[in-house]
Design a protein around this ligand. Sequence first.
Ligand SMILES: NC(=O)c1ccc[n+]([C@@H]2O[C@H](COP(=O)([O-])OP(=O)(O)OC[C@H]3O[C@@H](n4cnc5c(N)ncnc54)[C@H](O)[C@@H]3O)[C@@H](O)[C@H]2O)c1
Ligand SMILES: O=C(O)C[C@H](O)C(=O)O
Length: 341
Amino acid sequence: MVKAVVLGAAGGIGQPLALLLKANPLVTELGLFDIVNTPGVAADLSHIATPAKVEGFLPPDDGLLKALKGADVVVIPAGVPRKPGMTRDDLFKINAGIIKDLATGIAKAAPKALVLVISNPVNSTVPIVAEVFKKFGTFDPKRLFGVTTLDVVRSSTFVSEIIGDLALSKDVVVPVVGGHSGVTIVPLLSQSSHSLPSSVDGSAYDALVNRIQFGGDEVVKAKNGAGSATLSMAYAGAEFAGKVIRALNGEKGIIAPTYVNLSADAEGGAALTKELGQELAYFSSNVELGPGGITKINPLGKITEKEAELVKAAIPELVKNIETGVNFVAEAYKAAEEPRL
Ligand SMILES: NC(=O)c1ccc[n+]([C@@H]2O[C@H](COP(=O)([O-])OP(=O)(O)OC[C@H]3O[C@@H](n4cnc5c(N)ncnc54)[C@H](O)[C@@H]3O)[C@@H](O)[C@H]2O)c1
Ligand SMILES: O=C(O)C[C@H](O)C(=O)O
């Protein structure tokens, strides 16, 4: 029995993601929350012949808390997307407050849930969720994930395109580490499950790395003001949520890269910190998943000099993004009363 909840379920990502979760036979209950349209989305999905019982909630009458009650997994794609010319950090002003409020709801109604954050800027929204949970005394780093799967999906696709066989893309695995924006997205192409042709060196290698780092911009530009990646993100979100749910269900040996608090596994965090050469509270790396969330954070392992340079370039940006998230919550609570459950 698994209850999954989508916060922001009526949006561009939320709707197809809810569809894919409804299609997941392991999901037995699906709660949908948004500030608009969830009753309609829920009614529509509820006619699909799969096990999940679907319910939609709106803000009145504690809709958020009702949607979250009993949740095992909460996926958050709520918030505004980019338009051309914007960076993900430009979304912080609006999305930070939305994420803080939703995290408050989770702390109150589903403190044991596994929480998967999609809303941008992920490098900062994940620390916001953690800081809110700390205020409520419910923070468990093993249960909090920044969803970076789209970068992994893009890497698989772009690498198989270069190999010349898109049919391979479902098998191509490229670890992507760091964070989820521009230079913080670091593909470890040397660890790709499928070797790149030897022609992919020098400028061709740089172009591939750049395409993976800025794949989001490609979609934002093509959508021309109508938002950012939604369908590929829903696919990626469902893939990651599917892994988390399989692990929750007792399946062993599930590994995925995700942006996590490095205290989730003190030993793994320390090993990674040593590799990075400096302390960082959050970083995306391959993690092993179990029924309670993260069981192990894997270090980067053997990387090339070029990849080490990319990691080095990501660190100052990550430090800044993490600090922005942490400070936002500190400021928000400064004047306000301490939260109470
Ligand atoms: N992590 C990633 O790889 C990744 C990929 C794509 C998009 N994103 C991010 O996901 C977010 C959503 O993108 P989208 O294209 O679905 O946007 P969208 O505007 O289509 O949908 C967002 C939804 O959030 C809802 N919402 C707003 N405030 C809310 C609140 N307080 N509570 C609940 N719901 C609320 C809106 O009503 C809307 O339905 C954006 O921040 C975007 O940048 C992340
Ligand atoms: O690019 C964006 O703003 C959305 C998302 O983070 C993406 O990578 O597609």
